[in-house]
Structures are given as C-alpha cells and as structure tokens.
Design a protein around this ligand. Structure first.
Ligand SMILES: [Cu+2]
Length: 179
C-alpha cells in the first residue's frame, strides 16, 4: 500500500487516491493496470510483477520502474529482430531504457490475444512477461519458434522460455505474481 501510494504520488494522483479510494479503485479496474519493474539490490534477480496479466481490450498497461534499469519491449521483429509474439494486428512497443525510479511507460492494448514482452538488458536472464487481452490467440499463443525456422529472428532465450506463465494459468488467475 505504501509502495503504491508513493508511486502514485510521483504521478500526482496520490490525493485523488486517498480522498476517493473506492472511486479510484473502480477507475483502476477499468483503466490502467500496473506492472512493476524490480530488482534485488545486487541486480542478480530482476522481474516484472505481475509476470502474467489478463486484461480487457482497451485497457492500458503501465510499467513502473522500481529499481535497476529496465525496458518493456514487445516480442516483434521491429524490435531488433525478435520473433513475433504479439497479435499480428497489434502495434509493437519499446519503452527504451527506464532509469529513474518512478518512471513509467504506458501502452493501451486493443487487439485481443497473447502479448509476450521482454526487458532488453535482462532478457537473457529471463526477465519477460505475458499479457492476455480478452481471449488468448495469435503468435504468442503458439509454441516458441525454433531459431532455425527463420534465420532473421533471434531465438527466445531458454531462461525466458522457462519464465513465461502458461496461458492456462493466466486465464485462471487473472494476475500472476512473481514467486
Ligand atoms: Cu530489466
């Protein structure tokens, strides 16, 4: 609770949140959903939390930097040759490096399907996340491509493959927190 208020304070919304908590929560549910970008003090462990999320079409996802330096980058060939793992009709995104704690990056997702994304400096270490908008489908719902399938695409690193929550888990839980 303290963390959340501190963060919102940086965004100038703390007063509204404290004065009208019920109204505010309702607004959150219908609109912006937060994913924290974290790290332990040494940087040995890094994460997106929640790591799995189910939202409705038109909702906005906000990545908030808590610690370390991270990006939120969609799996898409436009992002440095990464494989396509968001719906074909969706726009790819790349936050660039978020450096100052409290900085956030927003993406509004309107196309139904599975969206896989990664943190550029920590992808190899398995810092990835998965969002399902509405119903699962599209390239993100398919198995990971063998890199030999397309030499122009980079493979999804093994640590990242092992980190994504399953579609079934996300659909069942709605929000999948890091363990
Ligand atoms: Cu990172």
């Amino acid at each position: 609770m303290i963390t959340r208020r501190t963060c919102l304070g940086a965004g100038g919304a703390a007063l509204a949140g404290l004065a009208f908590p019920a109204l505010f929560r309702k607004g959150r549910a219908a609109g912006i959903v937060e994913i924290r970008m974290g790290s332990d003090p040494t940087g040995a462990k890094v994460w997106f939390d929640p790591i799995g999320l189910r939202i409705e079409p038109g909702q906005t996802v906000r990545w908030v930097l808590d610690a370390n330096v991270h990006t939120s980058t969609a799996y898409h060939p436009a992002n440095d040759g990464h494989p396509l793992r968001i719906p074909e009709a969706a726009e790819p995104w790349d936050s660039g490096y978020l450096i100052d704690p409290g900085t956030h990056f927003d993406v509004t997702l309107t196309v139904e399907g599975v969206y896989d994304y990664f943190c550029a400096p920590h992808e190899e270490g398995g810092m990835v996340g998965r969002i399902i908008v509405g119903k699962p489908g599209g390239p993100g719902a398919r198995p990971f491509d063998d890199p030999e399938d397309d030499p122009n695409w980079k493979p999804v690193p093994a640590a990242a493959r092992a980190t994504f929550p399953s579609i079934e888990t996300i659909m069942k839980m709605g929000v999948v927190r890091v363990s």
